[in-house]
Write a protein that binds this ligand. Structure first.
Ligand code: SD4
Length: 303
């Protein structure tokens, strides 16, 4: 049984190829990394990798992580600049007993030492948006202004799960700000025995509920991937509302060891791509708990 799921419409092409790789016998880790790099390399997607949106200082600072569900080992980079494919650095770091999560200069030196390609991640377009934002000075940072993390979860024929995430974080974040994406248990989690999960949205909120671990732990207790995503999100949203806050912008995906997948969101429409056995297709979840298969043209204007 092979299966794969990824956040947002932008991962569809890479996910299709990744699923073909899985069907041809690739391991979950290779498939996940393939799908994530396809998004990182595309400058049209301004929330991930090349062409990502800068922080206040005009630097594109990336976060990425990779987790192997067979060993529970993870690797990640935080606030790293100019690493062409952050997910490759995260994957290389996974498996180390120590020094598996590197920030800033340490992550960049690691990438150079291991022969990873480096490049200026800024594009004309990303700097144009930055200059406009500096002029406008946004008061509140929000996720989902064309800005979203790519998260991919894969299951291979040997029954292994892997999770990979990559993002440039919130547009106009403070220099050094870290979101949920490279934080284990918040942005991602994978355990071959129970399932894998990942999150996209406002990292500060996602971390308050340790949402990816919460989803996997609910699958451990017998919930389906969809139920686990819904319940984890409902619990955090309810608590936030008790505290006088709104539900915020959070979307979750999950994959079970038997290939079933699920998603939940606080948004009116959260597109994701998935394949389980058959070909990869696009789906949309909404805040009422509906998940339906959609055609790409139904999502025009949404990445
Ligand atoms: C972060 N969760 O840095 C990421 C950004 C994101 O949709 O997913 N935005 O908080």
């Amino acid at each position: 049984m092979t299966a794969i799921i990824g956040t947002w419409k932008m991962c569809l092409d890479g996910l299709r190829e990744a699923h073909e790789l899985l069907q041809a016998g690739a391991c979950a880790g290779d498939a996940v990394v393939h799908a994530v790099t396809r998004v990182e390399d595309n400058p049209a997607y301004c929330s991930v990798g090349y062409g990502g949106l800068p922080d206040w200082d005009g630097h594109v600072m990336t976060d990425a992580a990779f987790m192997d569900g067979a060993t529970l080992r993870m690797g990640g980079i935080i606030s790293a600049e100019n690493i062409k494919n952050p997910i490759l650095a995260a994957r290389l770091l996974c498996g180390r007993e120590t020094n598996c999560l590197l920030a800033g200069r340490g992550a960049e030196l690691f990438a150079v030492r291991h022969g990873l390609s480096m490049r200026d991640m800024r594009t004309e377009e990303s700097m144009k948006r930055w200059r406009e934002a500096v002029r406008e000075r946004p008061e509140r940072l929000t996720a989902y202004t064309g800005h979203d993390t790519v998260c991919v979860l894969g299951l291979d024929d040997a029954g292994h799960l892997a999770a990979g995430v990559s993002t440039s974080g919130l547009f106009m974040k403070d220099p050094g700000r870290v979101g949920d994406s490279p934080v284990i248990g918040s942005g991602f989690y994978a355990d071959d025995r129970f399932g894998a999960a990942a999150a996209t949205g406002l990292g500060e909120d996602i971390m308050r509920g340790c949402l990816s671990y919460e989803v996997v732990s609910r699958m451990k207790r017998g919930q389906s991937p969809k139920e686990a995503c819904e319940e984890a999100l409902r619990e955090l949203s309810a608590r936030k509302m008790e505290l006088g806050e709104d539900a915020g912008s959070i979307s979750l995906i999950a994959l079970a060891p038997d290939g079933r997948f699920g998603a939940a969101t606080t948004l009116p429409c959260f597109p994701f791509a998935a394949a389980s056995g058959g070909p990869a297709g696009l789906y949309a979840a909404d805040l009422h708990g509906t998940v339906r298969s959609v055609r790409p043209e139904e999502l025009d204007g949404v990445d």
